[in-house]
Design a protein around this ligand. Structure first.
Ligand SMILES: [Zn+2]
Length: 462
């Protein structure tokens, strides 16, 4: 199409929308018709631009991007047609498709030059698909969202394939980054050293229908890293303390076990200025693998046990000692909560140990939830092992956070989305890792989602 043909098409569109032809139309019809006409013209223009491009012609001088050998263009590929799905809908265009006799590479030099992905939709369309796949509850909801908001008609399965493939790229980039950091080449740290850097980690469960009972639940792990401004409030009453104000939050999420997850979180912390930070805190519940992770990767961070998680332990011990819902149980729980708030972990340990002695040591065959087991565990392992991380009066004086709410809400947010992949996850056992990686990228507040797509639009290896 040349310029005159394009202008003629524009004029035809103009006439098509004239009053006489459209006087019976309501506004919404006009709005839709005119937009569709615009998009049609835009596609023509884009096709014309692509087909005019000298890099799409089967001439000599095209070199193989892999080995720099000259590409050969067999007759039937000299002007090969491609249907590309774009943000403007399907676009058909022609360009030369070559092959390299030296290394076996095949590809279109024009696509390569413009960073059009070798397969699948354009980067702009990919971005919208991935966005929908992340923010919607399920791939069905993503399909509806794309149709309604972007006028893009993609099937559920197609959205799944495309977004998981993109998620795979992100997972692989992340794994490469971890390997590089392990080899001493850490990521570029942010420019300004944070005053206070907070790292929090938590695990959520993803239900799977695996035959083996211990495989039925899979855990997804979410970590959040944020810089924060301390807000000291030593006099705050229980429930009134706000703690440090989180600034920019960035996420790591994975179905991998705690050990590999620890490395991912470490790399994220390095990027956020872990090494230059004046003070680093690590917030989590007292689960042993998380503490091990903290000790291995963040030895200098101060470990703070999530206050509300400890309160759950106190409530559990109170129930175990005095019976579910009894006045004595409620009174004990409230008394211990105040002791915890005032930093009296020793007192709590004494009280719970006393209750444990009263009920006796766990017997063979006692279930995990039996009062004897609960009290024994809290009195002789959970509280003694973690009491150094329960100095809440000190944390309030410093203005530090005492709850891992940021990580927990991240876990919930991401877990909600992984639920949408549950069905697929059950059948094929794939997809959850990819969707989690996309979710972490999208939810991170440092602009990395935009940066990723800008980078993607510039091309690079596929
Ligand atoms: Zn080659």
């Amino acid at each position: 199409m040349n310029r005159d043909e394009y202008l003629a098409a524009c004029a035809a569109r103009y006439d098509h929308c004239g009053y006489e032809r459209t006087k019976k139309m309501k506004f919404t019809q006009l709005e839709r018709m005119i937009l569709e006409g615009h998009v049609e013209l835009a596609r023509m223009l884009l096709q014309s631009r692509l087909e005019d491009d000298p890099r799409g012609k089967a001439k000599g001088g095209h070199l193989c991007p892999k080995c720099k050998h000259a590409l050969r263009f067999p007759e039937k590929h000299k002007w090969q047609r491609r249907i590309l799905r774009t943000i403007m809908g399907e676009l058909a265009y022609h360009r030369a498709y070559g092959l390299c006799d030296a290394c076996g590479y095949t590809g279109a030099p024009l696509d390569e030059a413009l960073a059009i992905p070798r397969r699948g939709p354009s980067v702009g369309a990919l971005r919208k698909i991935c966005h929908a796949a992340v923010v919607a509850r399920s791939f069905e909801a993503a399909r509806d969202m794309l149709r309604e908001l972007a006028g893009m008609l993609f099937g559920r399965q197609h959205i799944r394939t495309v977004s998981e493939r993109e998620g795979r790229r992100i997972v692989e980039e992340r794994n490469e980054e971890v390997k590089a950091a392990q080899a001493g080449r850490g990521p570029q740290a942010c420019a300004s050293a944070p005053e206070l850097l907070v790292i929090a980690a938590d695990g959520g469960r993803v239900h799977t229908i695996q035959p083996a009972p211990d495989e039925r639940w899979k855990e997804d792990r979410v970590g959040v890293v944020y810089d924060a401004v301390p807000r000291p409030d030593p006099e705050a009453k229980l429930g009134e303390y706000e703690g440090a104000k989180a600034q920019t939050k960035t996420y790591v999420a994975s179905m991998e076990k705690w050990e590999p997850f620890g490395w991912m979180l470490w790399v994220e912390a390095l990027r956020r200025g872990y090494e230059a930070a004046k003070q680093v805190l690590f917030l989590a519940d007292g689960a042993k693998p998380i503490r091990d992770l903290k000790n291995l990767h963040f030895p200098n961070a101060i470990f703070i046990l999530d206050f509300w998680h400890v309160v759950e332990h106190l409530a559990g011990s109170a129930r175990a000692a005095f019976g579910e819902g009894t006045e004595a149980a409620i009174a004990a729980r409230e008394r211990w909560k105040r002791m915890l708030w005032n930093g009296n972990a020793e007192g709590i340990i004494r009280d719970i140990a006393e209750q444990s002695h009263r009920l006796g040591a766990p017997q063979k065959g006692d279930p995990e939830s039996s009062p004897r087991v609960v009290l024994h565990r809290d009195a002789f392992s959970f509280f003694p092992n973690n009491k150094d991380a329960m100095d809440y009066p000190r944390y309030r004086t410093q203005g530090w956070p005492i709850g891992s709410g940021a990580a927990e809400s991240g876990v919930k947010q991401l877990a909600k989305r992984v639920k949408g992949t549950e069905m697929h996850w059950n059948v094929s056992h794939t997809g959850a890792e990819e969707i989690l990686a996309l979710c972490a990228l999208f939810n991170s507040e440092d602009g990395r989602w935009d940066q990723y797509w800008d980078r993607r639009a510039q091309g690079g290896p596929e």
